[in-house]
Design a protein around this ligand. Structure first.
Ligand code: HEM
Length: 307
């Protein structure tokens, strides 16, 4: 999806699931994220070429870079009047960069950051609704009863649907795909308090502010590990304030996710269409794996067209 909406570069992954470019890309993303989580804790692995995982990681990075160069080349080959001014690549092209190497680097980062995140959010969504038929039924009643003008709902038409919005929030709360959260470096030394104990962090330390513990903490949510969209609709004003403060799947403050709006459009529209048209049954339970993103590895579902 990100190829099409952000870079006008379709991978045809939807209409041809055996498409070799899409499959090669998925394999490279898998290799990249498998090794990246080790690199977070041991950056020295970067140079350990004897490890096959490290070699495959470098191979994946090379593949992404070539792909991003190709996306940019195709953009440059497109006559200016046919370029899509709403695409991300259009703006990257217009922005001043010191070199094309850096420009390609940004295409690369946006591509990676926008791929697994929305994809796995949708996968987790399908999983939770397949496991909770009561919730799916209630959601389908709301979607069926809504008065959409066209065949597919628009983003604006979905905004006033309370249960739909509660479901999306609950999916992103209980299965936050960017579960590792933000990485920051301390400028000077600073004190942090955790569990009533004070810790001193010297300057130059890397800190991971993980999102998952906040999004599932029972002190905030009561039953933080239970999938229950109703919590968003039943909460008192006071509780809702606390929920909204703790709900930060895109992190917060100036360096929060730059793709929040695009991600929400993709996730909401895709889920609305999926849940309006299909029932789902889980065939294989996923193993939750937190690599760069938090993914439902191995999840297999059967979709049944609604009549
Ligand atoms: C459900 C989907 C997504 C989630 C949950 C998500 C979440 C996040 C989070 C938690 C961060 C870290 C922010 C921080 O360091 O405080 C982040 C960073 C980022 N995201 Fe997303 N993201 C999603 C989709 C996207 C999409 C679709 C794009 C691009 C098209 C994108 C581009 C980025 C970029 C470029 C950064 C780095 C921002 C920076 O360092 O300033 N994300 N995202």
């Amino acid at each position: 999806m990100i190829g099409e909406v952000a870079f006008n570069y379709p991978f045809h992954a939807f209409d041809d699931e055996r498409n070799s470019e899409a499959l090669a890309l998925l394999a490279a993303i898998h290799e990249y994220s498998k090794e990246a989580r080790h690199l977070f804790v041991n950056p020295l692995r970067h140079w350990m070429y004897r490890l096959s995982d490290v070699r495959r990681y470098h191979g994946a990075i090379g593949m992404f870079r070539r792909l991003c160069q190709e996306m940019y080349r195709q953009f440059l080959d497109t006559p200016p009047e046919q370029r899509d001014p709403t695409s991300i690549i259009f703006h990257i092209h217009k922005a001043p960069y010191a070199s094309d190497f850096e420009r390609i680097g940004d295409i690369f980062m946006l591509f990676l950051a926008g791929h697994d995140t929305t994809g796995f959010t949708i996968s987790w969504g399908v999983y939770h609704l397949a496991k909770n038929p009561r919730v799916l039924k209630k959601l389908q009643q709301e979607l069926d009863g809504a008065d959409f003008a066209g065949d597919l709902p628009t983003y604006e038409e979905l905004s006033p649907l309370p249960y739909f919005n509660a479901c999306i929030k609950e999916i992103m709360r209980i299965s936050p795909v960017a579960s590792n959260g933000s990485i920051r470096q301390t400028e000077g030394g600073m004190k942090v308090t955790s569990g009533g104990v004070d810790y001193w962090l010297p300057g130059g330390y890397e800190i991971y502010a993980a999102i998952m513990p906040v999004l599932t903490d029972d002190r905030i949510w009561g039953d933080g590990n239970v999938f229950r969209p109703e919590r968003w609709l039943e909460a008192s004003e006071e509780q809702l304030k606390l929920y909204n403060k703790a709900f930060q799947p895109f992190s917060m403050a100036p360096r929060s996710c730059i793709g929040t709006n695009l991600a929400m459009i993709e996730v909401r529209l895709t889920m609305a269409v999926l849940f309006t048209r299909y029932e789902f049954e889980v065939i294989q339970e996923p193993t939750p794996v937190s690599a760069v993103t938090y993914k439902p590895q191995g999840l297999t579902v059967r979709s049944i067209k609604r009549t």
